[in-house]
Design a protein around this ligand. Structure first.
Ligand SMILES: [Fe+2]
Length: 275
């Protein structure tokens, strides 16, 4: 039995693989550095985002899975999830998939073309590629294996956690200091669309297609609460106070007050936190 277990372990991703992947990834990012300050700010934003998503991912994986291989694979998925953002920005100078390319798909293609994962067992290579490819899909495709779905659910949570952090920081900055590609070019006008508020009332995720302004984008970010999978993620949302911190940048009125309270209650219930 011991020999079988050791043989299986031989066929698993190791700590050394993760070290190699991290060094490959920083060399990869460096290929996309710009002299222009604004372009470089956009690249730095994604490089820093990747680091933060890795740490969120490890927190979620450790809280829910005891197998160290799950934690290593989880971190590799997080490290590579936005690989497509770099060639996307280099070619299209935007992070808006709808007007350029699906960055999940481009990331998966890039990892395959660069043969980054070849030292891993075939099933782990497939898992990482599939998780990168679909991390940004509107819904998790049902045709994935249960194992891939587990990692997709983790990366989708870990990614959202940092996107909230990035945007809260961005909203606090004067527009001229914001990374230009981050707010996807929406106008920073007053008011907001009622359709996105309805999504929150119906407890469902909104669609970027219905976003017309930066305020709409803030409400879209709040609807993401309804696409969170793990209890640990809800606990992090609660601890980091994302709902109140985003709502702070929305117009102050009864409607916004009500959705903020409803979202906060939802998070506390899912995080199993009582006050
Ligand atoms: Fe991401």
């Amino acid at each position: 039995m011991r020999f079988i277990l050791e043989a299986i372990r031989e066929l698993e991703m190791k700590e050394e693989d993760l070290i190699y992947f991290k060094s490959w990834f920083s060399d990869f990012c460096a290929r996309y550095y710009f002299d222009d300050i604004d372009d470089q700010r956009n690249i730095t934003l994604k490089e820093q985002h990747t680091k933060n998503v890795c740490s969120n991912m490890v927190e979620i994986a450790r809280a829910h899975y005891i197998d160290p291989n799950d934690v290593l694979l989880a971190e590799a998925v997080a490290l590579f999830h936005d690989t497509g953002r770099f060639p996307q920005y280099a070619r299209w100078k935007t992070f808006r998939d709808a007007v350029s390319v699906n960055h999940g798909l481009l990331g998966a293609e890039t990892l395959l073309k660069e043969q980054v994962l070849v030292a891993l067992p075939a099933d782990e290579q497939t898992l990482i590629i599939q998780a990168v490819k679909y991390h940004n899909a509107y819904k998790i495709p049902a045709f994935q294996t249960a194992e891939t779905i587990k990692f997709l659910k983790m990366i989708r949570d870990a990614d959202k956690l940092d996107i909230w952090e990035v945007f809260i920081e961005l909203f606090s900055l004067p527009p001229e200091l914001r990374a230009s590609a981050a707010t996807l070019g929406f106008p920073d006008t007053d008011g907001y669309s009622g359709g996105l508020i309805t999504c929150i009332k119906d407890k469902r995720i909104g669609n970027l297609k219905n976003v017309r302004s930066v305020n709409d984008y803030k409400i879209l970010l709040l609807t993401w609460i309804f696409d969170i999978n793990y209890e640990k993620s809800f606990r992090l949302i609660n601890d980091r106070d994302y709902i109140a911190r985003i709502s702070e940048y929305l117009p102050r009125n009864d409607e916004i007050g009500e959705i903020t309270a409803a979202l906060t209650a939802h998070v506390r219930e899912k995080a199993a936190v009582s006050y």
